[in-house]
Design a binder for this molecule. Sequence first.
Ligand code: SF4
Length: 289
Amino acid sequence: MNAILSRKHDYEAGKLAKRLRHQVGQAIADFNMIEDGDRVMVCLSGGKDSYTLLDILLKLQAKAPVKFELVAVHLDQKQPGYDPDVLPNYLRGLGVPFEILEQDTYSVVKRVIPEGKTMCSLCSRLRRGSLYTYAAENGFTKIALGHHRDDIVETLFLNLFHQAALKAMPPKLRSDDGRNVLIRPLAYCAEDDIAEYAQQQGFPIMPCNLCGSQENLQRKTIKAMLGEWEKKFPGRTETIFRAIGNVAPSQLADRNLFDFAGLGADAHAPRTDAHAWLAGEAREGEGAS
Ligand code: SF4
């Protein structure tokens, strides 16, 4: 790479890092994700998303006006071919406190799921169970997950197409058992940006599918659909994401969210421009006849 190309590359890399830091900072502020004194457990799977999450949170922590603690936590699920040295070596190099938990969920999943069927749903449920229990028992006030904007939009369509429900994956929520608060600081970040950042940073990525399982087919189909849309209409994924934060319950049909039964006309409501125009048209019509 010549000097000009190398400078351009560094400039673009700097812009990307800045954009991601800005988006994470914005999401944290918008949803009050991290407060003074929080103990944040950062779930580290070894994939590009969670490495990026940890990296950016550490950078923000160094400059944040509030004090909070970050601990990286990883679950070794005893998948075949898993290298137990990769994460500890990387995390020691960073100097971040970390914990590697061990639980053989792989054997459980293999035993329960018939050969040839996707194991991811049970596997991730077991992983979540272990990590959330650890967080509750060890005084963590927040659990940070690496889901990004594209995961959120894909989940919206999964629920729309397969559950007949208009719901996605919130940037912040209380876990089902109420013991944890989950945060998704990458909620505003595009997956392509994260992938590029992970490559630039040279994170030691550990593939999830060491177990040989395939990604959920329905999610794959939706990812492909969104990818096609994005190619034809750049910016569409971002528009859909913004729509999740711009909901008008009175324009949907959920009777639990809006009191349609109690809706009636207000005789004293001021005329709208359209009413005034229609009234004027009617008067002109009468004059003409
Ligand atoms: S690919 Fe394997 S390890 Fe990853 S979630 Fe699926 S079953 Fe679990």
